[in-house]
Design a protein around this ligand. Sequence first.
Ligand code: CDV
Length: 312
Amino acid sequence: MREVIVGAAQLGPIARDEPRTSAVGRMIALLERAAERGCSLVVFPELALTTFFPRWYMEDQSEVDAWFESEMPNAATRPLFERARALGISFYLGYAELTIELGRERRFNTAILVDGKGCIARRYRKVHLPGHAENEPWRAFQHLEKRYFEAGENYFEPADVLGARIALAICNDRRWPEVYREAALRGAEMMLLGYNTPLHYPPAPEHDHLQAFHNHLVMQAGAYQNGMWVVGVAKAGREEGCDLIGQSSIIAPTGEIVAMCSTLGDELAVATCDLDRCAEIRANVFNFRRHRRPKMYPLLSTDPDEWRPLHE
Ligand code: CDV
C-alpha cells in the first residue's frame, strides 16, 4: 500500500473587496485542520486568492492586473507557504499569473503544486478556457476567461511528489476526457482540480439543474476510465450574487466518491488514498497496453480539417 492522506479544502465565497491576506488566513485555518487529520496533501480551489473576477467586464488593464500575481510566493501568500512547510504539507493552489515571457506580458489561469519543503514542483496553466472575450451584457454575469487569460500550452505531465505521480488541471479542463487520458498515459496516479462553477450557465440555462450532476459525472468517469484518484475542489456558495456549486470530492480509481463536502462554505473533506488501487483498474479493464487501440483514434489529437483530406 502506498497511502497519501488528502484534504479537499473547499472555500466558501470570497468577496470582491476581501484582501488576499484574508483568503490566505482562511486557507491556513483549513491547512491546520488538515494537519490535525493527518493530511500530507491539501487541495485548494481555482483562483483561490480572490473573488472570481472574470465575471466582470473591465477595460482598464491596470484594474485587471490588480487580480494577478506577478510572483509566487509573494507577500500575501508567503504565510501559506511557510505554514505548509512547517507542517510538511504539500498543496495545490490556483491563482491568476502575470509573467514576462517571450519579451511580453502574459497572463494565465494557473495552478501550482507545492511540495512539503515549500518548493513549486509543478506549474500548470489552464488549457481549456471557457467563456468569451467580449462584453455580453445580456448575461446575468460575465465569464471573461478568454479575455483575461491566454490558454496554457503545457501537457498534463505528472510531478513526483509524496511518492505519487500527481497531475494538475483546472476547472473546465475536468469536462474533457482527453485531459485525464493524457495524464494517465504519462503515468499520473492522481489528478488535482480546483474549480469555480456557477449554478447558472447563461448560454444553456436549461442545464442549470444538472450542474452538480455533470460535475461529478465527469470527474467520476475520468477517475474510473483512467484508473486514477481525482480530487476536485470548489470555491462555493453565493459570491457577489453568483451561486457557485460545491460538492468538492475525492474520487477513487473505481469512480466512487469516498469523501465529499456537504456545505457551501470553508470545509475540509479527507480521504486516505492508496495509490496502489490504480492497478485495480489499470491492470484490468483499462489495461492501456493490452486493450487500447490508439491507431483507431487518430482524430483525437489531430485537427480533423487537416487530417481528413490526407487520409479519407
Ligand atoms: N471556471 C470555469 O472554468 N468554469 C466553467 C463554467 C463556466 C462552465 C466550468 O467548466 O465549470
